[in-house]
Design a protein around this ligand. Structure first.
Ligand SMILES: *[C@@H]1O[C@H](CO)[C@@H](O)[C@H](O)[C@H]1NC(C)=O
Ligand SMILES: *[C@@H]1O[C@H](CO)[C@@H](O)[C@H](O)[C@H]1NC(C)=O
Ligand SMILES: [Cu+2]
Length: 120
């Protein structure tokens, strides 16, 4: 009986542990951070994002912001209402569900003209 319990516990650890230890914090744009004129598509291209990973948008507060948008908002740079913006300068977004996500900067023409948009 005791060894059965041990096996169950080991099985649970074997399932849970990798998803905990392998969660990755991605600094969007690496050392460039979240800014104008950076190719975030190229940055994301070779990455696979999993539930439990986090995206860190790092920038000087006030210079940029982060909106989560849908595919249309991404391709057309449609800025959502300002109360939906993340503005801390160090916005950490945990990936809660699988699937594609889209983020844009809503300051000026950063998305439309300077490519400040990320599809993950
Ligand atoms: C985060 O962004 C700030 C402002 O641009 C910059 O000074 C700092 O070096 C960045 N941190 C990292 C770890 O990239
Ligand atoms: C995408 O977001 C826009 C608002 O930015 C909304 O009007 C539109 O209905 C959304 N499209 C889908 C497919 O959810
Ligand atoms: Cu911006």
């Amino acid at each position: 009986m005791a060894s059965n319990n041990l096996l169950v516990i080991l099985a649970i650890v074997a399932i849970v542990l990798p998803s905990v230890t392998m969660a990755t914090d991605y600094w969007v744009g690496d050392s460039s951070g979240w800014t104008n004129g950076y190719d975030y598509q190229a940055w994301a291209k070779d990455k696979v994002f999993y539930v439990g990973d986090k995206l860190v948008f790092n920038y000087t507060m006030g210079n940029h912001n982060v909106f989560k948008v849908n595919a249309t908002g991404f391709s057309q740079c449609i800025i959502p209402p300002s109360n939906e913006a993340l503005t801390s300068g160090h916005d950490i977004i945990p990936l809660m569900v699988p699937g594609k996500k889209w983020y844009i900067c809503g300051v000026g023409q950063h998305c439309a003209q300077f490519g400040q948009k990320l599809m993950s």
